[in-house]
Ligand binder design. Sequence first.
Ligand SMILES: Nc1ncnc2c1ncn2[C@@H]1O[C@H](COP(=O)(O)OP(=O)(O)OP(=O)(O)O)[C@@H](O)[C@H]1O
Length: 761
Amino acid sequence: MKALAFLDKLTKDDTLPGLHIEPIKGSADSRIRTGRVDRGYRAVLFKLTEGGAVTYVFHGVYEHDKANHLAERAVLKTNPVNGVTEVRYVEPAPLADWEKEHAEYEAMAQLEAEKEATEGARDTAEETVAAEAAESAQAEAPEPAEEAAVVAKPAEPEVPAEPLLTRHGVDATALAQLGVDEALAARAVQAHTEEELLAVAEDAEAEWQELVLIALGSGQGIDEVRREFGLDAAVDTTGTEEQRILRGLQHPAALVTYTWIEDDEELRRVVEDGDFSAWRVFLHPLQKEFVERDYNGPAKLAGGAGTGKTVVLLHRARRLAAENPEARILLTTFTRNLADALRRDLVKLDPTVPIAKQLGEPGVHVTGVDALVRAVAMKAGRDVGAATGTVLGAEGYDLSDRRDAKAWSEAVDAAGGDLPAEVANETFMAAEYAMVVLPKRVRTVEEYVRVPRRGRGTALNRKQRLQVWKVIEKYRAAGRAKGALDFEEIAAVSAAYAQQRAEGGGGRFFDHVLVDEGQDLTPAKWQFLRVMVEPGRNDMFLAEDTHQRIYGQKVTLSHYGIESRGRSRRLTLNYRTTQQNLGWAMKVLDGGEFEDLDGEAESHTEYRSARSGPKPVVLAARSFAEELDAAADLIAKWSRQPGVKLETIAVLVRTKPTLTKVVTGLAERGVKIRAVEQESVRAGAVVGMTMHRAKGTEFSHVLLMDVRDGALPVGMRKANFSEADLDDALLRERSLLYVAATRARDVLAVSYHGARSPLLG
Ligand SMILES: Nc1ncnc2c1ncn2[C@@H]1O[C@H](COP(=O)(O)OP(=O)(O)OP(=O)(O)O)[C@@H](O)[C@H]1O
């Protein structure tokens, strides 16, 4: 906070007396300056003067003596191989210590910030300040949790004979050609395991070098890394040193560390917020590319949990809105809670982004996809008849009436026949309807016996198809009698209406469509989103993580008219959680087979984090009461740690009834906990949530409870499931545990009583 106030004053006037900007005698770089942040801490900066303009490069805030120690040795220069501007030290220094103190300072500043009022309006900046990312207090590695009652620790993997980078075909020469420091490269090529490489990478003085090593260690090809970080361009050596340094600060690799605070409005916002949320300012080069690039058709961004897919969508929405204030931009996702979070974060990113409240208004319209489907259906009004005719072969539905949950089993009973149990059940029928019948607009038995059933795991012969259609007819007849539609039907009807409206010259509802959590959408919803926008430049941008599919069936977009192949890329660096938590979560995925929305096999082995922390703890108990005791103790311990607020601790469980029991049980043991369902998280209590509700959220400490055999995977009536439906249901349970585990930023713990869940391996 104080660092931000310092930066703010500096952009106004660097001669302000309170700043005490001073050179250091005998410093290795004559540009170095230190400035007063408060009694005990000083900022370290470089002052560049070029063509009469002054630019400060903000290096960080340190305790007084360390600041001087650093300032004596730090040198700002460009990397001779690639031109990236970096800070180097004339002699190796114990950076880790300084960083620790830096983080302590941030934690202290955070506490003080709570007491202090934020400063008011700002004047226009005269200088430009390139600010280095301030390590946030939350990035501080917490104390390892004590491993009480631990029964299961992950087995230590065997160390392979060949070093990690050698196995990926990378040697010291290749690293030198990228511009990685010789000493760092020499150590990196010796690392045998990912953990060792991560430890080496953490010592990199330049952040881009750390990220490059992590990317190469995860198996990313060297050419791809070179392209991603802009290391393939020829170095421009013209001009003065000052000019080269300024140019090197604009390099894609430098922009992971430096940003330009020229825009006073931007700085004011960051200062007033009292937190320098890195995601608002610093993007990974690949994230930046996704924000800025134009695509001639639907583009897809895949990526593991916490790789910043949502961050990219928010920046992209803002970019599109800034480029064309008249543009109608849809930012949508699966649930209302997630849409609310997207809206909040978009406003946080930039309160000047126009938010469209009504369908058809210019600006960014942020809404859950079901709400949008209904809004479009309501718009259709009387015109909806033609659309229901196209989809269902009948008219006269009331769009506000929903089907009830038992409708499928009633239809199965009413149709009779001798279908095998694994077909004659609600799960199979609802999926057949959503995956084949509705998206293919099947209205008659003749159409149904001929329709391709691509992607459906269970084959049906002609006789079985006739019988399945009987069930579907019963289902439709019951709906018609009530005039009611289910969620999928209304999406298909709204899609048909929007299509007919566009074909009749009525135009589209949006100019750009951005979708988060795409893996959870059904075919009818994809078809609906497809017709919201005219095919063409920047029409659709989709973010997905197939490993996080926890609803519905696997969808291949090209089957439903959305062709993103050739415009698909993947983010692999996890910004949210530690390597230890991520490693644990990825092990959960090991037993499953996954395909993305392009129908390509998706692996999770490339996901990495640059952060380190304690290993996840698994607590075993003999009874539910004992599990609650252990959980209450653990939460009490977490909440006593400095800086940990209750609402940053979450307890996640598989089902709503378990949530009720856990919240009651923990409250009886003195834990201040609140169950959170539709509403958003409020301060002052530990958060209890179902794992489904936790999708898209994050907490510093996460405890997954009741992860026992019989509770996760949740009990299924297995006899009634076809093999394919059972496999898919189990895959979703696996994904759910992965989603839940990847909500933890710093500390993850898992508990169960009785026998552990088979998903724990
Ligand atoms: N470039 C960045 N710099 C710093 N932090 C970042 C960056 N990108 C993302 N983050 C942070 O990482 C976390 C995860 O980001 P985000 O929610 O966008 O990821 P996601 O891929 O959508 O995750 P999930 O699929 O798990 O919901 C957030 O706390 C976000 O602020």
